[in-house]
Structure formats: structure tokens, C-alpha cells
Design a protein. Sequence first.
Length: 268
Amino acid sequence: MNTQTNNTKPVDTKLKAFIFDVDGTLSDTERDGHRVAFNQAFKEYGMDWHWSVETYGELLAVTGGKERMKFYTEKFLDKEDIPENIDTLIPELHQAKTRHYTELLSTGAIPLRPGVERLINEARQRGFRLAIATTTTPENVTALLTHTLGADSIDWFDVIAAGDIVPAKKPAPDIYDYALKEMNLSADECIAFEDSINGIKSTLGANLTTIITINDYTKEHDFTGACAVLDQMGEPGKSFSAITGNINGSTYLDCDLVIQLHQQSVTD
Ligand code: XBP
Ligand code: MG
């Protein structure tokens, strides 16, 4: 049964809300956004640190920009090369990085991934609630939404759970538990959209049905437990590739397919 029909009739579903990850899911921000901004901050501080695309791929094992810099010093630097004031330097560097990153976003250099805007708009039209659960700094979320969907889009999301608002970052479930609590919804009334192994560990820890869209940094990750793994959300005429998941002949991710995948998952 192909569900790609323009079906605005309400469908009997337990599903009430879509919870989106940001980096790697809404937009491919890591390689050309965050990594570039980190390097600009290191240069601004006159440091000889430089993160190549490959090195950054290794550093993505750790979520959180501050935590990632700390991890870099521990994994890639000799003790004598670690600045003595590293514990005060990292928060400063991170602020500079956030400034460079939001400037980069304001140039429009980092668009949304295919299908994201269409799915968000369709979900709103169909009356689904929207939320964001991300490790990145709140200003980065505001800047990304403002420079892609427009400033009004900030209000489309019932909750924007981001950054240091929870004690433990992904892969801990904290940020998703927080979003569920703020929306006063149970996990089986929601579905999550993620891109990485840290992300799916976080969503599964919060008992959330999860749809994965991979990217260059995460295509080799283990997504056991996902209800579907796609190469992208796709568009009418620009099909996705489904790596796993019962997609019933669909060629792009729309609300009907999301509802179906959720239904399959919560009844399994
Ligand atoms: C991914 C992250 C973030 C970003 C950098 O977030 O791990 O830390 O890489 O952002 P998501 P900050 O959960 O959206 O995939 O430097 O602001 O932490
Ligand atoms: Mg992500």
C-alpha cells in the first residue's frame, strides 16, 4: 500500500509529537559548521590546534563541544603540550567557537537536510507537536532555525531542550527525558529523529521509537533498535534509500510513514 497520497484525514494514532535531534539530523552541521568554527576559534586564540575532517570524525565519539575539546587534549596531545590554564581556556574557546558558528549559519552556508522542512511543515499541518532534543548550545539551535525556517519557527517547537540544561549529555537519555517531561507526554506518544550512535543510545534509553537518517560521519554506526534507518528523509521525486525498516513502498518520509513506523514499533 503506497501511502504517498495527500492524506489530511486524521489517522487514529497514539502518536502526538515529533522530537528532532539537530546536528546531523536537521542539518549536516558537523564537518562544515562546527568543525570549521572550532578551527576559527583556535586560530583566534593563536593556538596551533587544527581539526581535519578525519580527526573531527574521531572526536565526534564525544558529544558536547567543551567535552570534545577536553577529549582532544587527552587523546591527541602530549601532557607537556596541554596549556596549563586548559580548564579556564576551554569555556572561553567554546564561546568563541559558538560566535564563529552562529556567524557561519547567518551566511546561509548550512542548509536543512532534504525533506526536513517539508516534514516539519506537514507535521504542524497535521496537528503534531514538535520538540528538539540536542547536545548543542541553545544559541546554535536558535541561529539554525532562524536562518533556515525563519525566526517564527522557534515558536513551532513546544520544547527546545539543548546543551547543558541536563546533567548528562548523549548517549545518556537525559535530554529526551527532559523533553518528554516538559511536554507532559509518555515515550510511546512520541517519535524521535536521530543520526548517530550516541543519539540512538539516548533515545532508546528514553524508550523512544527512533527513525535514523545517516550522514557521512555516522553511516558506519550501529543503529540496532531503530524502527528505520534511511540515508535521508527524501522528497517527492528525490527518493530516500531505506537501509532498514518496513517502509511499504514509500519513497520519502512523510507523516503517514512516520505514523506507520511508530504504530509498528509501539505494537511490536
Ligand atoms: C551534537 C553534538 C554537539 C555539537 C557541537 O549534537 O555533539 O556537541 O557537535 O555543539 P546533537 P556544541 O545532539 O544535536 O547531535 O559545541 O554547542 O556542543
Ligand atoms: Mg546528531
